[in-house]
Design a protein around this ligand. Sequence first.
Ligand code: KIV
Ligand code: NA
Length: 265
Amino acid sequence: YKRITTQSLIEMKANAEKISMLTAYDFTMAGMVDAAGCDVILVGDSASNVMAGHETTLPITLDQMIYHASSVVRAVKRALVVVDLPFGSYQSDPKEALRSSIRIMKESGGHAVKLEGGSEIKDSIKKILHAGIPVMGHLGLTPQSIYKFGTYTVRAKEEAEAEKLLEDVKLLERLGCFAIVLEKIPAALAEKAAKSVNVPIIGIGAGGGVDGQVLVIHDMLGMNNEFSPRFLRRYLNLYEQMTGAIGNYVADVKSSDFPNASEQY
Ligand code: KIV
Ligand code: NA
């Protein structure tokens, strides 16, 4: 395999080739995402929700992110592996942000880090980039700020927030971020943002006018039934298929159908 690099993504945007990105948090899933040809694998702090069952992304720790990321890295031959800096591991000051990023790079073998925010964290982004660590930005609905927002609804519908987002996108490009995630904002605003910079814009709930798309793998495989935002396309109903299969196993054990004569020694 020819490995995907941060440079490959910038070239893909220049060539108008869309970028595919999915999350993964473990070895087995990451191996499948990589084998299927997904360009970027995000070890998202959404692990806090889908792996650990927390209501928000805030509780997951840096150690836990490193555990997930190192499992993913061991499976991946081609994709670029980006790791979320979790809440509390970078907001205090640029030195803490750098220290946390270095731990991710050394202990997990990931290829880049992702942080939520714009101008508020520009000194941290600079510091991380100066150490040679690639940074992916994340603007719009930034789930680590859920207690500030109060809801998970669409962001930047108002003029002022939209203006700040466009400025932050340009700032992140100027600082040297290699890509930016825009989450749950109006499609027209996301398209305008994507057209205003050379750095690739990866959308989630941000429409088709951007340079790539990202989804949480458990959501796109239909592993949970409760989460159904408009932006989510389900490619399987794994919840139904898996609970069905597990139910069949339980029934076969109960009825002594499993194991049969050819399934024993
Ligand atoms: O943690 C995550 O899954 C993310 C994506 C939704 C972009 O940050
Ligand atoms: Na995240």
